[in-house]
Design a protein around this ligand. Structure first.
Ligand SMILES: Nc1ncnc2c1ncn2[C@@H]1O[C@H](COP(=O)(O)OP(=O)(O)OP(=O)(O)O)[C@@H](O)[C@H]1O
Length: 297
C-alpha cells in the first residue's frame, strides 16, 4: 500500500516544553488511522505539523504524497477538518465550496457533486454564519473533499453531530477511502474511532505508546456492555460472533461483548434506526493505558 503520509522521527519543542519526542507514523492510501491520547499528549502538535501550520523544531521529516507540507503545492493534496474553524461569515455555503475548488485548481463545477454528497445543495444560498454546528462540519468536509485530497486530516470531526449525521459522515469517508484517500483522525469518541479506523495510534507525552488494529488493543480487556434501542431482533443478534449474551432492559437491549468495535460496526450497518447507543466498561483509552512501555505518571 502506497503511503500518503509519512512522519519520521519527528520531535517538536515549544521553548523548554517537549511536545513530540520521536514520532513515526504512516497512513496508507485508503487507510483510516485514529490518533488517540490524553490531554497534552501532543495530538494537536502532530496535526499542526502535518498540515504545515508548524514546522518540526527539533528534527524529523514529514511527507504527504512524497511532498513537504511546508510547500503550498503539497498542501493542495491535503484536506483538513478542524474543530473550530472560523468561516468568513458573510459568504454563502455554495461560494465557500466553489472557492475551495478553485483555490485547489479544480473547476467551479466540482462543487455541485460534493455538496450533493454531503446534503448541502439545499443550503447553497445560506450564509455560513447561519449554519448549525453539524451543518458547519458538513461544509468543512465539503470544502476539504472538493479538491480530492490524497490525505484528509480530521480533528475531532464528529463533535456536535447527532447519530445519523455521524453515520453519514463516516459513510462519505468510506466512499472516499475506497477511492484511495488516506485519513488521519483525532477523536475523543474512542469507541467510534475503534469502529471506523483500520489502525489506532496512541500518543502519550509526545511518544507513541501503542499502535495496532482496534481489536488487537481491545482484546486484553474484560467484557464490555453495549446498550442500544435497536430494531434488530434477538435471533439475528445471537448469530453475531461478537455477542456473548443478551438481556433486555426496558426497550433497550444489553449486549455483552469482548469486541464492541466489531459489534458497533454491525449495528450501525444493519440498523438505520439504532439509537441511545452506549458502551459501558473499559474503553479503548483504558485498553492502552498500562500497556507495556508506558511509564508511570
Ligand atoms: N503554543 C504552545 N506553547 C507552549 N507549549 C505548548 C503549546 N502548544 C502546546 N504546548 C504543550 O505541548 C504539549 C502537547 O500539547 P498538544 O496541544 O499538542 O496536546 P494534545 O494531545 O492536542 O492535547 P488536548 O487533547 O488537550 O488538545 C503540552 O504539554 C502542551 O502544554
Amino acid at each position: 500500500m502506497e503511503n500518503v503520509l509519512e512522519v519520521r522521527a519527528v520531535r517538536h519543542r515549544y521553548g523548554g516544553t517537549r511536545a513530540l519526542d520521536g514520532v513515526d507514523l504512516d497512513v496508507g492510501a485508503g487507510e483510516c488511522v485514529a490518533l488517540l491520547g490524553p490531554n497534552g499528549a501532543g495530538k494537536t502538535t502532530l496535526v499542526n505539523l502535518v498540515t504545515g501550520l508548524l514546522h518540526p523544531q527539533d528534527g524529523g521529516r514529514i511527507r504527504i504524497g512524497g511532498g513537504d507540507p511546508r510547500i503550498a503545492a503539497t498542501r493542495r493534496r491535503l484536506g483538513v477538518v478542524q474543530q473550530s474553524l472560523g468561516f468568513p461569515n458573510t459568504l454563502k455555503v455554495g461560494e465557500l465550496v466553489t472557492g475551495a475548488a478553485v483555490r485547489g485548481g479544480f473547476p467551479r463545477a466540482a462543487a455541485g457533486p460534493v455538496m450533493a454528497e454531503l446534503d448541502l445543495t439545499g443550503l447553497a444560498g445560506r450564509r455560513a454564519a447561519k449554519l448549525s454546528g453539524g451543518q458547519r462540519q458538513r461544509l468543512q468536509l465539503a470544502m476539504a473533499l472538493v479538491t480530492e485530497p490524497a490525505l484528509l486530516v480530521l480533528d475531532e470531526p464528529t463533535t456536535g453531530l447527532d447519530v445519523p449525521a455521524r453515520r453519514r459522515f463516516w459513510q462519505v469517508l468510506a466512499e472516499r477511502r475506497a477511492r484511495g484517500t488516506g485519513v488521519l483522525v483525532t477523536t475523543h469518541l474512542i469507541e467510534e474511532s475503534g469502529a471506523v479506523a483500520d489502525r489506532v495510534v496512541v500518543l502519550d507525552r509526545g511518544r507513541i505508546v501503542a499502535a495496532g488494529r482496534p481489536e488487537e488493543l481491545m482484546s486484553r480487556l474484560p467484557d464490555r456492555t453495549v446498550t442500544a434501542r435497536t430494531a434488530l431482533d434477538q435471533a439475528r443478534l445471537r448469530e453475531l460472533p461478537e455477542v456473548m449474551s443478551i438481556s433486555r432492559d426496558g426497550d433497550h437491549l444489553r449486549l455483552s461483548t469482548r469486541c464492541p468495535e466489531a459489534l458497533l460496526r454491525v449495528l450501525l450497518a444493519e440498523d438505520p434506526q439504532l439509537s441511545d447507543l452506549r458502551v459501558e466498561g473499559a474503553g479503548l483509552e483504558e485498553a492502552v493505558v498500562g500497556l507495556p512501555g508506558r511509564s508511570a505518571a
